[in-house]
Design a protein. Structure first.
Length: 69
């Protein structure tokens, strides 16, 4: 993990709507990971989109566990 590739994003839990800071590692490129909500502990799917051209973070999408196909 490269510290210069870490970005903090303010996000909301898709279950309980709690606002929290999510630390995102863009050095892995676009990828999927899972985080637990710091309040309700529900599993959250995190989709991280990184530009293949410049390696910059483009988007972070959070989804409920039961919304994942």
């Amino acid at each position: 993990m490269h510290e210069e590739m870490l970005a903090s994003r303010l996000v909301y839990c898709p279950y309980c709507s709690t606002e929290f800071d999510l630390l995102v590692d863009a050095s892995q490129g676009s990828h999927q990971t899972w985080e637990d909500c710091p309040r309700c502990c529900a599993p959250i799917q995190v989709l991280i989109a990184v530009s293949p051209h410049n390696g910059e973070l483009e988007d972070v999408t959070l989804s409920r566990d039961d919304d994942v196909p």
